[in-house]
Design a protein around this ligand. Structure first.
Ligand code: CIR
Length: 260
């Protein structure tokens, strides 16, 4: 197990494709603008690089509109990577596109073979455990298979629940450091963060919860000033990136990279 679950030397991202307009969404609140998304994506990659990390930018995958959200395809741990089995049928093929990339980076790459389903957006790795939220995309069998795979490396898997109507567990929370989580009040109320220090998103700013701690930065979506202020006051170095286009597809900061 790793002690510093927010220190990374590498990240993998994938450029958004023109087919992004067909991406999955819970509610139609508008069509994402590719040009704007490319600008935001470039800033995201640049911010990761600013920390000194090496960032691989994979080419766009036209056949998979949601492929920019690479986080859902794998769980990357220091000891090895685990290829996921997405619960969204249109996203299953994205895993095959990511597996060879991670095989080049890791000696050990394991697979979730099913019958269960699990997506990376439902997994939060902290310094002491792996929290996995059951959701419409991640089921009990998927969580159980993950548990059986990571047991060899000494990780304990804590199964929790993603609130109804919320896409992924990490839609509503992020790791800030070894013992601190940023979370919406609605998710924290479920009791899943017992033993952690929790900073809540400000009321009305729930969409700020999907942030990432990446080395020295907390990278969060722009437009949530009260939550950004809370984080700065708590001592974090915050970077804000426009997320208006990914938000139309229920995506955010964590979804856009695999970090290891
Ligand atoms: C989906 O519904 O699968 C995509 N439109 C959004 C995925 C966001 N991924 C994430 O939160 N890890």
């Amino acid at each position: 197990m790793t002690e510093h679950s927010y220190e990374f030397t590498r990240a993998v991202t994938r450029k958004p494709s023109a087919s992004i307009v067909e991406g999955l969404r819970a509610q139609d609140i508008g069509t994402p603008d590719l040009e704007q998304m490319l600008i935001d994506h470039a800033q995201y990659v640049e911010t990761l690089r600013e920390t000194g990390a090496e960032v691989v930018e994979l080419p766009a995958l036209e056949a998979y509109p949601d492929a920019v959200f690479v986080e859902d395809t794998a769980l990357c741990l220091p000891e090895g990577a685990i290829m996921m089995r997405p619960g969204a049928p249109t996203r299953a093929g994205e895993v095959d596109g990511m597996a060879p990339v991670l095989r080049d980076c890791y000696d050990v790459v394991l697979d979730i073979n099913g019958p269960g389903f699990i997506e990376g957006g439902d997994i939060l790795t902290t310094a002491k455990e792996i929290l996995v939220g059951r959701s419409d995309r991640t089921d009990a069998a998927g969580v159980a298979e993950l548990r059986s795979l990571v047991d060899r490396w000494g990780y304990s898997v804590h199964e929790v629940f993603t609130p109804a109507g919320v896409l992924h567990f990490k839609t509503d929370c992020s790791l800030l450091d070894g013992e601190t989580i940023l979370a919406t009040k609605r998710l924290d109320a479920s009791g899943c963060f017992e033993g952690y220090r929790v900073i809540h998103t400000a009321d009305g700013e729930e969409a700020a919860a999907n942030a990432i701690r990446f080395n020295q930065f907390v990278i969060m979506p722009a437009g949530f000033p009260k939550t950004a202020k809370r984080l700065r006051t708590a001592g974090y170095e915050v970077r804000e990136i426009n997320n208006t286009e990914c938000a139309k597809l229920d995506g955010g900061m964590s979804c856009l990279s695999l970090r290891f």
